[in-house]
Design a protein around this ligand. Structure first.
Ligand code: PAF
Length: 293
């Protein structure tokens, strides 16, 4: 695997090696785990693909007081993982390479950026949309792979690509979980043993919402209550939200039907965790854990 810290050598490599092959980008912030491995595997499955992973802890998407400084940086181990996953190239730019001057041009995606995490992390999705746009311009991928755990991010990127005719295909990768259901995340490393035990409650809360839906509940407030009650019982220190929304555009619902997402964000100690589950709610019943798109 070739490792690039600067843009020009990466673009030289792509020009030489592309030769009609589809380029697949897996954008990450590093501290790679099996969830990222699954995204690389999705790229690897594309016939003839040249798979490029990017690792950049993007400072602009962290708010004041968030964990930018603490965010794990494990480049040597990441390179080993990427080699084992048969990634073709790693783009791992410095802050100076990505932002040689203070950012003054921003990409804003209205609508899907606004609810859920958008309410609690102002400016976050604008920064994500901007850095993803920059990565797309630098790598010019045919396809990009994102994880469904960051469902709102995936919807923001889908809207970005559609709205600005970016011509980049998107694939989503299923959420990879620990045996107790905790979604893999680079932030799980922050958890103390006690917090780690409590963190599994996030997945349990999604399960409670699922059980309510499967029992025929169609009132969004009641489904959300089922998740909230479970989060409170499991000792989360703060709950930002547990909401059910239309999966396509995150619009609020009067009644739970069609393809919906139950998304939640909650804190254990100083760690903010997010998770979600997507459901197909039809007259004939509920299919749980389906793909967002
Ligand atoms: O999901 C992430 O790791 C980041 O938000 C992304 C998409 C790489 C942008 O910095």
């Amino acid at each position: 695997m070739d490792v690039f810290r600067a843009i020009e050598p990466l673009q030289g490599f792509l020009a030489e090696r592309r030769q009609g092959r589809p380029v697949v980008l897996v954008p990450t912030m590093g501290a790679l785990h099996a969830g990222h491995g699954a995204c690389v595997a999705v790229g690897r499955e594309v016939p003839g693909a040249l798979v490029v992973c990017s690792i950049f802890v993007n400072p602009t998407q962290f708010g004041p007081g968030e964990d930018f400084d603490a965010y794990p940086r494990t480049l040597a181990a990441d390179v080993e993982h990427l080699r084992a996953w048969r990634c073709d190239a790693l783009f791992s730019p410095s802050r100076e390479v990505m932002y040689p001057e203070p950012p003054r041009a921003w990409v804003t995606v209205d609508g899907v950026s606004e609810p859920l995490c958008g309410r609690f992390r102002p400016g976050h999705f604008r920064a994500v949309a901007t850095v993803v746009t920059k990565l797309f311009h630098i790598v010019t991928p045919d396809l990009a792979v994102f994880g469904q755990k960051d469902a709102q991010q995936a919807l923001v990127v889908r809207s970005l690509v559609r709205q600005l005719n970016m011509g980049v295909g998107l694939r989503l990768c299923r959420t990879v979980r620990e045996p107790d259901g905790l979604a893999l995340s680079s932030r799980n490393g922050y958890l103390t043993p006690d917090e780690r035990t409590r963190a599994a409650g996030l997945y349990r809360a999604l399960g409670r919402a699922r059980a309510a839906l499967e029992a025929g509940e169609r009132d969004p407030a009641a489904v959300e209550r089922a998740a909230m009650t479970s989060l409170r019982a499991d000792g989360f220190d703060r709950i930002d939200y547990a909401e059910v929304r239309r999966a396509d555009d995150l619009c609020a619902l009067e009644r739970v039907e069609g393809r919906v997402i139950l998304a939640a964000a909650a804190w254990v100690g100083r760690t903010r965790l997010i998770d979600n589950m997507v459901f197909d709610v039809e007259a004939t019943g509920v299919v749980a854990d389906v793909a967002l798109f």
